[in-house]
Design a protein around this ligand. Structure first.
Ligand code: IPE
Ligand code: IPE
Ligand code: MG
Length: 241
């Protein structure tokens, strides 16, 4: 079978827990931020690879609601990196037809960063070759909590009847309201956990855990995982045909 034929089922939406930057740097005797900078460079390669691989939605876990527990130096370094990423990548994202969205709680982020995030969302809003979503100060429990509060407000305001709440209603209140559920969730660095990432949305996602550290995760490693996905059988609770 030709390579093209093998890849019969391409995941439309791939979500990635980009883990292992710190260990990658430590193994080289370098500070953790060196790993984060190398990791950011990988993002460009993976984004560029998506359209040819048939991936239309790419969601990247960049900073969790729990990552504030790290040292102020690391947190500040990451926030600076996010600002630099937006400033330096905007043109390339536009050239590559990428629409960018952010999910997560923005209220705790620096207003300057939030303004840059909004501007990037607006300037790329017409693109549709690849829908990239960056999870920044994102936690699935936090997202569900914020959604619940807004649903309760809607009920109190008489705009939502409790008996009308379905799973679609809940999906519509999440940060990912405009996005399809992920088909495949990849975690790099060998950790076998989901660390509060897209808990509701990944109910039927396939998971792949790879030992490769994020700064080493190249387009070839990505393609190999997509190939292994195409060989899986997804049943969604039904019996195999
Ligand atoms: C992932 O790499 C990036 C973020 C969580 C921001 P880590 O920084 O978690 O790297 P390790 O897991 O310590 O190696
Ligand atoms: C998950 O990685 C968060 C991101 C990749 C942004 P962590 O390194 O923060 O997760 P834990 O601490 O190993 O669960
Ligand atoms: Mg980690």
């Amino acid at each position: 079978m030709a390579a093209k034929d093998i890849r019969q089922v391409t995941p439309e939406h791939v979500a990635i827990i980009m883990d292992g930057n710190g260990r990658w740097a430590t193994r080289r005797g370098m500070p953790r931020l060196y790993g984060h900078r190398s990791g950011a460079r990988r993002v460009r390669e993976i984004v560029k690879a998506c359209p040819d691989l048939g991936v239309r939605y790419l969601t990247l876990y960049a900073f969790s609601t729990e990552n504030w527990k790290r040292s102020p130096m690391e947190v500040d370094g990451l926030m600076t990196l996010f600002r630099r990423y937006i400033a330096s990548e905007t043109q390339a994202l536009l050239d590559n037809g990428v629409r960018v969205r952010f999910i997560g709680d923005r209220t705790r982020l620096d207003p300057k960063l939030v303004a840059m995030m909004q501007e990037l969302e607006q300037t790329t809003a017409c693109n549709e070759l690849l829908h990239m979503t960056i999870a920044l100060n994102y936690g699935a429990r936090d997202e569900l909590t914020r959604a619940s509060v807004r649903m309760a407000d809607a009920v109190r305001a008489g705009k939502l009847a409790p008996q009308d709440i379905t799973d679609e209603t809940i999906s519509g209140y999440l940060d990912t309201a405009d996005l399809p559920d992920p088909d495949l969730v990849i975690r790099t660095s060998g950790e076998n956990r989901v660390s509060n990432f897209l808990l509701w949305q990944s109910a039927y996602a396939e998971y792949v855990f790879t030992p490769v550290l994020w700064p080493d995760f190249d387009a070839k490693a990505f393609d190999e995982i997509l190939m292994s996905f195409s060989a899986r059988e997804r049943r969604f609770g039904a019996v195999a045909q």
